[in-house]
Structure formats: structure tokens, C-alpha cells
Ligand binder design. Sequence first.
Ligand SMILES: [Cu+2]
Length: 299
Amino acid sequence: MTLTRICSFSVALTVALAIALVVSTNPAFAITQDWQLGFQDAATPVAERLHSFHNFLLIIITGIVAFVTVLLLYVVIRFRAKANPNPSMTTHNVPLEIIWTVVPVLILIAIAIPSFKLLYYMDRTENPEMTLKVTGYQWYWGFEYPDHGDISVTSNMIKDADIDTSKGQIRLLSTDNPIVLPVETNIQVIVTAADVLHSFAMPAFGIKTDAVPGRINETWIRIKADQVGKVFYGQCSELCGQGHAFMPVEIIAVSKEDFAAWVEKQGGTMPEAKVTETSATPVTLGSTVEAPAADQPAE
Ligand SMILES: [Cu+2]
């Protein structure tokens, strides 16, 4: 096999691999599909950016793997004992050594800059319109809506025997109390745990945040407008004991109007227009968020 052939074969393989991994399916439900390649569809801007960062890295690593493979094959064939009976005694090549030091450094810088930008983007939303408090328990999730009259919802997995597929329930993922979130809303999510470590993960939202007893971690969600009516599933992602695999998260994305109706049904109240006084709520952690709703009780 000539070097040109090896090269073109590697390039073809690289392109095919990249296309196969980048192309994602378009599931009707926001869950992982059989034979799916790639991620679940992105339902938030964070997930969108994570996917494009992933695709960017995929191109870089595919290029590196292809380059190293071609180089190795070339060396193995060209410099084998039969083809090259008198090996060169060269031990140093200054320009080459500079290149193979500088190029990897440049590649790492090219990765680090978008990586840090994304990390800070994912960290928190500057203008939260509402807060969702998530608490991990052994082995279920508690959700509170402090801005909506302290609604509190406990979500347990539906047991296998009680799963009703005619209602669209999914084994190991459906819960008895799915939580409801509005689309097009900056939702500040604060995550904690009441017993051991858990992790609140929702693949379609691009979030996975550790739930640590005695501490509050923060993340955020803004569900895109075209996701109305979709049901999203996530799971605890920190080994938390015997029931770890049985504490799914089920979130239904609804329009703002439907969310207000749901809040009312839960016995909560929609917050009035936000006041501009300084927030006294500890959950804001010294951020520059707007003050909480006027009817939010002091904590
Ligand atoms: Cu857990």
C-alpha cells in the first residue's frame, strides 16, 4: 500500500466516522432511542453549546488520531529492517522538536478558550425569572418552587408493576409526580441533598449537577420554545446506594400560560412583577440577580 493510498483511506475513514458520530437522530420523545447515535436533541441553549463544543473536539481528536496512525504506518513500513538496512543515527532535530512542542500547546489553547467560556456560560443565568430547588433523597427527588407560593413536589419512580404504557409511561423513567417547567424562562436551579451525595442530571438540558448534603450547587435551564409539550427524563448520576438506579427525574415543558395554570392547581401563586430592592434570599449566593418576587417569604 502506498503512502498516498494509506492517507486517502485514513481521510475517508475519518470523515465517515465524524459524520456517523455527529448525525443525531430526531426522537419524538426526549429520551434515548434504540440505535441512536449522538446526544439527545438539545432542549436548552446550554445543551446546544455543549453539543457544538463536543463536535469541535471530535474534529480535533479525529485529526490527531488520523495523523498519528498515518505516521505510525509510514514509519513501520518505510523504516522496517528490510527496507532500511542502515538506520540513521540522528538523535536531535531542533526545528522538529520545537514544532512538536508548540503545535500541541496551540491545540490545547484552542480547546481551552471555548471550554472556559462554556463553563462560565453554564454556571448560572444572570437574570433568573424563577427558581427551582432540587433536593436529592434516598431514593427520590424533592422539588420546590420558592417563587410560586412554596409549591413542593416529591417525585418517586413508578414501580414496574404499576407502569401503564397506554399513558406513555416508561419503565424506570416515569415518576408519580412529574415536575412542570415553563419554556422561554430563565430558571435558576439550586441543587442540594438531604442524606448522601446525589447528582441531578438531565441530558437534553445539558446539566449534571452534584447534590451535596449541606451545600447548594447552582445551574440553570432555559427550555426552548419549540419544546412545549415534550417530556424530559434524567436520572440520579452519583452512586447513592441501593436505590440509585431508581430515582429518575421527569420534567414536562409547558407554555407559560399552562405553567401558571399548573401552579394554581398545585395551590401556589404566580409571583407579581419583580421588585427592585436588594435580595435577602440566601440562595442567590451574592449574585447580581434581581430581587425575588414581592410575595416570596423571607427565609
Ligand atoms: Cu441518588
